[in-house]
Design a protein around this ligand. Sequence first.
Ligand code: 5HY
Length: 232
Amino acid sequence: MINPNTSQAMTATIEMCARAVVGPGVTVNGITSEIGPESIESYYDEAMSVPGVLKAVRQGEREGVDGYVIACFGDPGLDAARELASGPVLGIAEAAMHTASHLGTGFSVVTTLGRTIGQAAHLAERYGMQRFCRGIHACEIPVLDLDTDPDARKVITEACREALESDRSDVIVLGCAGMADMCHQISAELRVPVVDGVTAAVLTVQSLIMLDLRTSKRGEYAEPLPKAYSTG
Ligand code: 5HY
């Protein structure tokens, strides 16, 4: 589980939630990016987070890691990571949207800041999820306040309730890895499926590994061509 931001606290939440759902004999390690932003809330943050994601994948390849999850709702560096990795790589937005499409006729995404709504919309389009994605909303809680703000879950639950009403949707997708530990309580209160990408992604990667399926190296996701890279 690669956390593309540098928050150790957030990695701990991500790792705890993933370890709670994987099968026997499956080891999950939460990796905090060594380089990049403390949280990802803009295109600039996302671009600055990609080198850290790729560094973690290269390290994983040296250690023989079987699969990877990019645990940030922008799925930063997903394509490049798939070129580097021999095993499957999933982004949490990708996994959450596909999982939500199995559970209802339309989902609403509730993310952190309004300025990240555009990125989530781009991903819904990229993943062919426009037909299922009825709306994307923001709770306006900064990423790093999710586990310190005592009202965070109440505010997010209300944002989810309003989204279900306004979008006439029947499933919720939580738009941040930092919300992973809230999905069960919000689902119990709203009585609808609430999908968290962290657990959806780790179980999807686990399934792919159990099926001995990995990223195809035939086309665009072939290993990067050997060349010099100046790191400034
Ligand atoms: C995330 N940012 O999952 C995204 C959420 C967002 O640092 N981890 C982050 O707001 O896009």
